[in-house]
Design a protein around this ligand. Structure first.
Ligand code: SF4
Length: 261
């Protein structure tokens, strides 16, 4: 099938890792899933690639649409797949509040450090000093550490892997898909076209070499505060807890019928 992705793009690996997770969970179709995405290259992963119910929404609003969808159709497994600019830039407010509310959904963020589809502009995950189309002399800002941000905001499960770690990513996606509450997988992904050239990282191979050198967290490593750099994006699980999601909280209140004692 034709793909909208450039040669060497990491989004194909993320697609593959996700579908492998779904298959290993015993699903032979995507019936019962509903996919929501915003605008950007990562948003093209479910729509048009998946033979499933998909909502391709406005820029930054995927999680808002997904929240409404989950509340209206709680029996559906709602999965948001989109990019860093869409989810953490334009949609950043929705991201942190969905994590805080522990809304029952899985969010997969293809983080390629820039707004790739719209021309390679600085995004909230672009590293300090990186050159992009809107920072030709270097980015003066600090990036978000998305995994830590979402973990601190209250998500039940958060993991970060890369396109050089498809097996680990797939395992994390399986865990995320089987948990209640808000679950988040950050996938570091190569964008040789819009980011790789301007930031002088290079081609897809250079990204994979970079990702393979990133440190993997130990189970008891403190999450702590961290300003990510090219060399210090640590990988692995950041939080794994089992607290009631928003739907259960609403259900408990409805069952109590206004009895506050
Ligand atoms: S611009 Fe970058 S992220 Fe978008 S499809 Fe091309 S390589 Fe992938």
């Amino acid at each position: 099938m034709p793909s909208p992705f450039c040669p060497g793009c990491g989004n194909g690996i993320i697609t593959n890792a996700f579908l492998r997770a779904v298959r290993e969970l015993g699903h032979y179709s995507l019936e019962g899933f509903a996919f929501v995405s915003g605008i950007g290259c990562g948003a093209w992963i479910p729509s048009p690639h998946f033979n499933a119910d998909t909502l391709h929404t406005t820029h930054g609003r995927a999680i808002a649409f997904a929240t409404g969808l989950k509340l209206a159709r709680p029996e559906l497994k709602v999965v948001v797949i989109s990019g860093d600019g869409d989810l953490a830039g334009i949609g950043g407010n929705h991201l942190i509040h969905a994590a805080r509310r522990n809304v029952d959904m899985t969010v997969i963020c293809s983080n390629n450090y820039n707004y790739a589809m719209t021309g390679g502009q600085v995004s909230p995950t672009t590293f300090t000093r990186d050159t992009t189309s809107t920072s030709p002399y270097g980015n003066p800002e600090r990036p978000f550490d998305l995994a830590r941000l979402v973990a601190a905001a209250g998500a039940n499960y958060v993991a970060r892997w890369t396109t050089a770690h498809p097996i680990q990513a797939s395992r994390a996606m399986k865990t995320a898909l089987t948990r209640r509450g808000f679950t988040f997988i950050e996938m570091l992904s190569q964008c040789p076209t819009a980011y790789g050239r301007r930031a002088k990282v290079g081609d897809a191979r250079a990204f994979i070499d970079w990702f393979k050198k990133l440190p993997v967290r130990k189970k008891d490593d403190p999450v702590g505060h961290h300003v990510p750099t090219h060399d210090t994006m640590d990988l692995g699980v950041f939080v794994d807890r089992d607290e009631p999601g928003l739907l259960e909280q609403i259900d408990m209140i409805v069952r109590r019928g206004g009895d506050h004692n």
